[in-house]
Ligand binder design. Structure first.
Ligand code: 5RP
Length: 232
């Protein structure tokens, strides 16, 4: 089967991230199609190099995939800090500020990122942007009870929003039983840090997909299979 070039870029970045894991590390396991390649490469390294690690999954999807690949997992009740987290992003700018949550895992991803000594982000080059929110809508996780109230406050911030749906029929629920509002700001997001603070103050908002100051390293995969490493 011919692999589309975008997948080749994701595969290159995803596999390169797995090379950063050292024996004995506690590793945050991100969510998404790029990290899928990271998980596969980690499992390979466990088999061929006898690499030992403990994974902290950021979603039920990643938990299932990691278990199927034989990657040992540990919960946050046993982990105070994480050596290295490998995760994807929907958009990332020159300051390494990001929009995440395309896969709906933003809350657990942010908790795991906040506990991580080093957060490595794996993307294909289409995700690197000058300004966040021009192309990708910002996901905001909300408690279902508060959806109407939160959406009015978000509209007052100048955004339009849609409720993320499952099969077009009912709201998609996150792993935490919440809903997602995908929010669009005309011209993109002018100040991501200020917007994150404003969103955090709205009662009923559980978390926004703005990740500010959490990423340390960026691996950008290209269609030709090369991977560029950038440090913050
Ligand atoms: C999930 C995320 C993902 O990391 C993000 O959506 C990138 O996914 P992909 O690697 O499939 O493009 O934030 O909540």
């Amino acid at each position: 089967m011919k692999i589309p070039p975008v997948s080749r870029a994701k595969e290159a970045a995803g596999r390169a991230a797995a090379e950063l894991v050292r024996d004995g590390m506690t590793v945050g396991l991100g969510t998404g199609s790029t990290v899928h390649f990271t998980l596969e490469r980690l499992a390979e390294r466990m088999r061929t190099e006898k690499l030992a690690l403990r994974g902290v999954p950021t979603s039920l999807d990643t938990e299932r995939k990691a278990r199927a690949l034989g990657i040992p997992l540990v919960g946050l009740e046993l982990v105070e800090s994480i050596d290295l987290t490998l995760d994807g992003a929907d958009e990332i700018d020159a300051n390494f500020d990001m929009i995440k949550g395309g896969g709906g895992a933003l809350l657990r991803e942010k908790v795991v990122a906040s506990l991580s000594r080093r957060e490595v982000i794996v993307v294909d080059s289409s995700k690197v942007v000058e300004r966040l929110g021009v192309r990708f809508a910002l996901p905001v996780e909300v408690v279902p009870f508060a959806r109407a109230a939160v959406s009015r406050r978000i509209a007052a911030l100048g955004a339009t929003w849609t409720v993320r749906m499952r099969d077009g029929r009912e709201p998609a629920l996150t792993d935490n039983g919440n809903e997602i509002l995908d929010c669009r700001f005309a011209g993109g997001i002018a100040c991501a840090a200020a917007l994150e603070r404003e969103l955090d103050q709205i009662p009923g908002v559980v978390e926004s997909g703005l990740f500010i100051g959490l990423a340390h390293v960026l691996l950008v995969g290209s269609d030709d299979g090369r991977v560029q490493t950038r440090e913050r």
